[in-house]
Design a protein around this ligand. Structure first.
Ligand code: ADP
Ligand code: MG
Length: 463
């Protein structure tokens, strides 16, 4: 199956070929024809499987045929939970649509609203937005939805986790009833299904990897260690193995800051990225990490969600997440698009419960390696793998609503989003093979060119 056989026309096919994509990924194979046919779609697939192109290519195809956006109008609206993701998705729209005369842009909080208003004035065919800023722009009459044809909720599950449900409902109320609705998510919880019932009509349901599974090419293991020894152990792992680009997850912003200081004091260049950081700092940190000038990026889940960093070799869970699905999302940051990667979790005795939940979710006992000199005095028990499905446990995180996509009033520092987007793109260029790269190299998705499928966990979906 080729992209051409899905009915995409040559300007889009050329852009796709320019990215080095050889053939559609499984999610793209199913999503592209459904979206092209104008159907509502609910699609679930693990991270790194190419969901963005799965909706963007057919949307661009459809939009290229109709009348362009009039002043302040939007034809396709894509809502994302975080600013970084909004910038990334808008960059993909620009890349896949570079041979088309469509306008696309991203709007999100934490930066000046005026330049965004200026861009909207001419009309935008593809608008990528975080919920809070979109509502602000609407309230200031900067954006109108009369011409709206398609709505996409990207990373819908995270959108709910981050408490955006009210904003989303407000946005839905502003849109014309007659429109196409697409929901993309890594996982499908009960909550998501509930939202979907109010949103999509007779949707085509696509689920490429049912349940929560981890990518086969990720080498996952855990280091049992005492809590107090974690940062010393991480320092040693980085130095002994000469890891050059590591994404480290901590559970809290405070924890991220503290760990960053500890790494820096050992001479390892590290930067924290989380919701309390200004947008400019976040953008710069991400760009520097992508380009290799920052060795360690310490992130909270929210900041890291949906980020596509080329060929990220190492992910470390400094703390285990409380929501087991987040483990799958976190390690989905490595071994993307067919590359291999390593995911290491530092686990202390008090995290036994989280560890058991994760092992149960992925139906796999994680390999343990005790590092010499870091033998734990508090033993982490072996978890018994039982195969009872666990109930979706999407913890309500009360405070996170402000950490991303925030309103313009807070944290407005006046950095121009356009420069930011350029930076994203140019760093992707440097990484090679990413959207924006001029030198197409062949790229594969996880699970291809391998016997069997990409799944590790065998549990059938119960969600
Ligand atoms: P998801 O949203 O499912 O997490 P993304 O859309 O961010 O995944 O895509 C992950 C990576 O895969 C990106 O770097 C993207 O450029 C690449 N990619 C997308 N489609 C293909 C394809 N058909 N072949 C090879 N690589 C692809
Ligand atoms: Mg995505």
């Amino acid at each position: 199956m080729t992209f051409a056989s899905l009915g995409l026309s040559s300007p889009i096919l050329e852009a796709v070929a320019g990215q080095g994509y050889e053939k559609p990924s499984p999610i793209q194979l199913q999503a592209i024809p459904a979206v092209m046919a104008g159907k509502d779609v609910m699609a679930a697939a693990q991270t790194g499987t190419g969901k963005t192109a799965g909706f963007m290519l057919p949307i661009l195809e459809r939009l290229s045929r109709g009348e362009r956006a009039h002043a302040n109008q939007v034809r396709a609206l894509i809502i994302t939970p975080t600013r970084e993701l909004a910038a990334q998705v808008a960059a993909s729209a620009a890349i896949y649509g570079r041979k088309l005369s469509l306008r696309s842009t991203a709007v999100f909080g934490g930066v000046k609203i005026n330049p965004q208003m200026m861009k909207l004035r001419r009309g935008v065919d593809v608008l990528v937005a975080t919920p809070g800023r979109l509502l602000d722009l609407y309230n200031q009459n900067a954006v109108k939805f009369k011409q709206l044809e398609v709505l996409v909720l990207d990373e819908a599950d995270r959108m709910l986790d981050m408490g955006f449900i009210h904003d989303i409902r407000k946005i839905l109320a502003l849109l014309p009833e007659q429109r196409q609705n697409l929901m993309f998510s890594a996982t499908f919880s009960e909550q998501i299904r509930k939202l979907a019932r109010a949103l999509v009509h007779n949707p085509v349901e696509i689920s490429v990897n049912p349940g929560n599974t981890t990518v086969e090419s990720v080498d996952q293991w855990i280091c049992p260690v005492d809590k107090k020894q974690k940062s010393a152990l991480l320092t040693q792992l980085i130095l002994d193995n000469n890891w050059q680009q590591v994404l480290v997850f901590t559970r809290t912003k405070h924890g991220a800051n503290r760990l960053t200081r500890q790494l820096e004091s050992s001479g390892i260049h590290a930067v924290a990225i989380h919701g309390n950081k200004g947008q400019n700092a976040r953008t710069r940190a991400l760009a520097d990490f992508k380009s290799g000038s920052i060795r360690i990026l310490v992130a909270t889940d929210i900041a890291a969600r949906g980020l596509d960093i080329d060929q990220l070799p190492h992910v470390v869970n400094f703390d285990l997440p409380h929501v087991p699905e987040d483990y799958v999302h976190r390690i989905g940051r490595t071994a993307r698009a067919g590359a291999t990667g390593q995911a290491v979790s530092l686990v202390s005795a008090d995290e036994f419960k989280q560890l058991s939940d994760i092992e149960r979710l992925i139906t796999q006992s994680l390999t343990r390696k005790v590092i010499d000199g870091f033998e734990p005095t508090h033993i982490v028990p072996e978890s018994r793998l039982d195969h009872h499905p666990i109930r979706p446990n999407r913890a309500k995180k009360s405070k996170v609503g402000h950490s991303d996509g925030q309103r313009s009033g807070e944290n407005a520092r006046g950095h121009k989003p356009s420069g930011k987007n350029k930076k994203h793109t140019s760093n992707r260029n440097r990484a090679g093979g990413k959207p924006g790269s001029n030198s197409p190299k062949k790229r594969q998705m996880p699970g291809e060119n391998r016997r069997g499928d990409a799944r590790v966990g065998q549990r059938k979906s119960h969600r």
